[in-house]
Design a protein around this ligand. Structure first.
Ligand code: TRP
Length: 332
C-alpha cells in the first residue's frame, strides 16, 4: 500500500507538429522524472488539434508518432497512464457540461485564443474559442492536482481553477483544484536563429529549431548556421544570447558545467564549438530516435499500448463524469 500521498499529475501535447529539443529538455524530461514518484497521466490530445484544420492522414500518423515518441523519451506505460484523448469520450462529455459553467467573457480574454484567431483568421471556429474548457475537462476528469505546463498554458490552468471552483461552489467538492507546475530544471532553450526568442515547434524558419526527429546532418547544418556574434569568444554572457544558448544546449545534453565549457573553448573559434555542440546533440538524441523507430515498426504493440491506456484512463474519467452527471441532475 502507498503511504505517502502521491500527486496526481496530468499533462498532454498536441499531435500537430514535431516536438523540439526545447520541448524535451523543458517538459518531457521532467515528465519522465515525475512518473517515478507520482500518479501520472499523459495524453496525446488529438481533440485539441482539431481546432486548427488538419489533414486526416497526417493527423492519424502524428498521433501514433507522438505516442511512440513519448515512449522513446522514457514515458513508461507501466508506470504512467498513456492514452489518446479521443479514445476516452468522457473528455468531450465533461467539456460540454463545463461549457455551461464558463463565461464568454473569460474565454475571450485568453491570449492564446487572440493569437490563434489572428493566425487562423479564416477559421475562427467555436472549438478554438472553447479550447480551454476541453483542457479543463482533461485535467478535472482525473482529479489531477499538479499540471506541468509551459508559461504559455498558465492562463488555461487559471481558468480551469476558476471553472472548478465555480462548479464546486454550487455542487460541493466534486473537483480537485489543480495547480500549474512550471518546470524549473534546465535552462530555457532558445531559437537558433533569434536567440532572444524561445525555440518553438511552430517557427517559420526551419533553421531555428532542432526537432527530436532531426537527422544528424540536419542537426549539424542547423547548428552551423546558429546565430552567434562577431566576438569569437565562447563566454556565458547576457549580451551574447546566441552563444549562451549554445552553451546551455551543450550543458543540458552532456551534463558538463558552463564554466568547464567556457574553459575548454578558450581561444577556439565558433566553428569548433558549434561542431561539438552538434555532435553532442546528435549523440544525445540517437538512442531516443532508435527506440522511436523500432516502436513505429511494431504497430501491433503500439496499438496494444494505446488500447490499454484508454481503458485505464476511461475507468478513472468515468468515475468523475458519473459524479458530475449525478450532481447536475441527470438521471443515471
Ligand atoms: N493546451 C496544451 C498545449 O497546447 C495541451 C493540453 C491539452 C494540456 N490539455 C491539457 C496540457 C491538459 C496540460 C493539461 O500545450
Amino acid at each position: 500500500m502507498e503511504e505517502k500521498k502521491r500527486n496526481i499529475i496530468f499533462s498532454g501535447a498536441q499531435p500537430t507538429s514535431e516536438l523540439t529539443l526545447g520541448n524535451y529538455l523543458g517538459a518531457i524530461k521532467n515528465w519522465v522524472a515525475l512518473q517515478e514518484e507520482n500518479d501520472c497521466i499523459f495524453s496525446v490530445v488529438d481533440m485539441h488539434a482539431l481546432t486548427v484544420r488538419q489533414d486526416p492522414k497526417k493527423l492519424r500518423e502524428r498521433i501514433i508518432e507522438l505516442l511512440a515518441l513519448y515512449m522513446a523519451c522514457g514515458i513508461d506505460p507501466n508506470k504512467s497512464v498513456l492514452f489518446v484523448q479521443s479514445h476516452v469520450s468522457a473528455h468531450a462529455e465533461l467539456a460540454w457540461i463545463l461549457n455551461c459553467f464558463t463565461y464568454m467573457g473569460e474565454l475571450s480574454r485568453m491570449t492564446q485564443f487572440k493569437d490563434k484567431s489572428q493566425k487562423h483568421a479564416d477559421n475562427i471556429n467555436a472549438g478554438l474559442f472553447t479550447y480551454p474548457v476541453l483542457m479543463a475537462a482533461d485535467i478535472l476528469l482525473y482529479q489531477a492536482n499538479l499540471i506541468p505546463v509551459g508559461v504559455d498554458q498558465m492562463q488555461h490552468i487559471e481558468i480551469t481553477r476558476d471553472i472548478a471552483q465555480r462548479f464546486n461552489a454550487i455542487y460541493g467538492d466534486v473537483f480537485t483544484i489543480p495547480e500549474g507546475y512550471l518546470s524549473k530544471t534546465g535552462a530555457k532553450i532558445m531559437s537558433l536563429a533569434e536567440p532572444t526568442k524561445k525555440m518553438s515547434k511552430s517557427d517559420d524558419n526551419a533553421n531555428a529549431t532542432i526537432f527530436l526527429t532531426d537527422e544528424p546532418d540536419a542537426i549539424v547544418r542547423k547548428l552551423k548556421r546558429a546565430v552567434t556574434d562577431s566576438e569569437a569568444l565562447v563566454a556565458y554572457r547576457e549580451d551574447k544570447p546566441g552563444v549562451m544558448n549554445l552553451i546551455n544546449i551543450l550543458s543540458a545534453v552532456t551534463g558538463e558545467g558552463v564554466e568547464s565549457i567556457e574553459a575548454r573553448f578558450a581561444g577556439r573559434g565558433y566553428g569548433d564549438f558549434k561542431a561539438e555542440v552538434a555532435q553532442a546533440v546528435v549523440e544525445f538524441l540517437r538512442p531516443m530516435q532508435e527506440k522511436r523507430k523500432a516502436l513505429l515498426q511494431d504497430r501491433a504493440y503500439l496499438e496494444q499500448i494505446y488500447r490499454e491506456g484508454a481503458e485505464k484512463a476511461r475507468a478513472r474519467a468515468d468515475r468523475t463524469l458519473r459524479k458530475v452527471y449525478k450532481k447536475v441532475g441527470f438521471v443515471l
